[in-house]
Design a binder for this molecule. Structure first.
Ligand SMILES: [Zn+2]
Length: 550
């Protein structure tokens, strides 16, 4: 205490060492608690594993910080690392997520509504303990003015010493650690703040590289296969882009609760088909949406560094009217060159009364927005995408209006782990009930148009509701549970469309249980819209079977 009250100024490198020690221990509490709870680290084994891992991380962080942080930057960068470590710790601990490039891209693309949903009292407590208290302490510390040479020598020594410590510890415990990292891949994404810094650098380098690429055309030969259709019979096709709905809680998929009663009625009438085995491209909106509208398919899309036109560009090139209506955080670049509207600024009662608009506001806007589209294009046919708020978490209870809710009580906390699991599921299932209602209302509206119409619905990714301690979504795909990747897909074809095309819903029913994925979407929408191109892989078009059966 005497030392502190005397306020002996610190050598900057000593303060740097304290910062790395804090980050390696307190700044990584979720990582250490996870390691301590693993089945292979029990008793003394847990202690020895933890000690070696803490020393390795201290070494790596010491080396990393001494490379990056020089005296002038010590305090501001120190604060930045405290913010990074604490916020990612909070999300890892609260939702079981890990920090990688996709997760960071999600964060970067999040809008104000979504941020509001994530705020909670426990987050405030975490920020006070993890940022405010150590931050104020760090900021107030007097630092000795030392010569550049002294700083350089000490910092170099710190870096080499830290690296040596990390290497020795890895060498001593290599067998144990190698199997631990192999069996629990998520640990690699949990080391703060290296995970966030790595993700920021990778994301910005990747985005910068892609932004400089020229836009590559796709399907330059796109043309309408149907000719001689008059304006009154031009088809209207709606693609509803679902949000965060997992197949496991979708009534039509065999869920114990009937969360899709209205769609079930449409299914009984024979014009609606549910696809039971559909896999998403990514585990987040940011990863899935651009992939779904890309001609590349998941594997090629993930390897791709170029900028390509999307499905919507191809539809537009074929002469169709295209429209994107967004009730979420944007179209992630896929609707840039087609007419698009966002509902964010709307105040339409009763849909926007709670401050945020529920998805039906899109249906309310649809006639007006359709009327504003180019009439020459509309006379050939129209494709509309409605991007739902869907079941976006963690505030599931906000995703269904009072009148829809059937399952109570609902979890109304944003810190999901504070709620009993059944209340989380209740709130989530109510949001699926609302998706059922929204889709059925859309079908009703399409039926009232007395022309060939169709609806296709697919969710962008699933959701974890606490299974294995995981919440939300966005796990790296290779370790993502099925709850995050198995999504519902539905197609409804109006009678006028079936007559016009000579199709029957039976051609789709034959494929209802086949393994399908987001890779099928691009080619199937082209098939539904009757747009021909020389793009390969027509086998991915689920409607090809309908034309073949004609
Ligand atoms: Zn999403």
């Amino acid at each position: 205490m005497k030392l502190l009250s005397a306020r002996t100024p610190w050598h900057p490198v000593s303060l740097l060492m304290i910062l790395s020690a804090w980050l390696a221990t307190v700044g990584n509490l979720p990582l250490w608690l996870t390691v301590a709870q693993l089945p292979e680290t029990q008793g003394w084994r847990a202690v020895s594993t933890l000690v070696s891992l803490v020393l390795i991380l201290s070494g790596l962080l010491g080396a990393f910080l001494s490379l990056l942080v020089w005296p002038r930057w010590l305090k501001p960068l120190g604060l930045l690392f405290l913010v990074m470590a604490t916020s990612s710790s909070y999300f890892m601990w609260t939702y079981g997520v890990v920090i990688d490039t996709t997760m960071l891209a999600n964060v970067a693309q999040t809008d104000v509504r979504e941020v509001r949903d994530l705020l909670s009292w426990s987050m405030l407590v975490a920020l006070v303990l993890g940022v405010l208290l150590p931050g104020v302490w760090l900021w107030q510390q007097p630092v000795r003015a030392v010569g550049a040479k002294s700083v350089f020598v000490r910092q170099l020594a710190l870096m080499l010493g830290s690296l040596a410590l990390a290497l020795v510890m890895v060498w001593l415990s290599f067998q144990d650690l190698a199997s631990l990292m192999r069996n629990h891949k998520q640990l690699r994404y949990m080391a703060n703040p290296i995970n966030s810094v790595y993700a920021v650098v990778r994301l910005s380098v990747g985005e910068a590289a892609q932004a400089t690429q020229p836009l590559q055309p796709v399907g330059e030969d796109a043309r309408l296969l149907t000719t001689g259709i008059d304006e009154a019979n031009a088809p209207l096709m709606v693609l509803v882009l679902g949000e965060t709905v997992r197949a496991a809680n979708f009534g039509l998929g065999g869920y114990a609760r009937d969360t899709t009663p209205q769609l079930r009625q449409l299914q009984a009438q024979g014009d609606l088909v549910y696809f039971s085995d559909v896999t998403s491209c990514g585990t987040s909106t940011q990863a899935s949406v651009p992939c779904m509208f890309s001609h590349l398919g998941k594997a090629a899309y993930e390897r791709n560094g170029q900028r390509f036109e999307t499905l919507l560009d191809v539809l537009q090139r074929a002469g169709l009217a295209v429209l994107w209506i967004d009730n979420q955080s944007g179209c992630k670049g896929v609707c840039e060159r087609v007419p698009n509207v966002s509902t964010t600024a709307l105040k339409v009662s009763p849909w926007c009364d709670s401050g945020e608009c529920v998805d039906e506001v899109m249906l309310h806007e649809l006639p007006k927005q359709l009327a504003a589209l180019d009439p020459v294009r509309r006379a050939k046919g129209t494709v509309v995408v409605m991007h739902q708020m869907g079941s976006h978490g963690p505030a599931y209870y906000k995703r269904s209006p009072e009148a829809i809710k059937q399952f109570r009580p609902e979890c109304t906390s944003h810190a999901l782990q504070n709620c009993p699991p059944e209340q989380i599921v209740n709130a989530y299932d109510n949001s699926v009930l609302y998706a059922d209602h929204f889709l059925s209302q859309t079908v009703k509206w399409l039926q009232s148009q007395n022309r060939p119409t169709a609806l296709m619905y697919v969710s962008d990714h699933g959701e974890s509701l606490g299974e294995k301690g995981l919440f939300l979504h966005g796990m790296p795909y290779s370790m993502a549970p099925k709850e995050q990747t198995h999504v519902p897909m539905v197609v409804w074809l109006s009678q006028p469309l079936q007559r016009q095309r000579g199709w029957t819903a039976a051609c789709l029913k034959a494929q209802a249980d086949k393994p399908l994925s987001h890779d099928n979407l691009f080619h199937s929408v082209l098939g539904l819209a009757q747009v021909g191109t020389a793009l390969p892989q027509p086998a991915l078009d689920i409607f090809a079977a309908c034309s073949a059966a004609r």
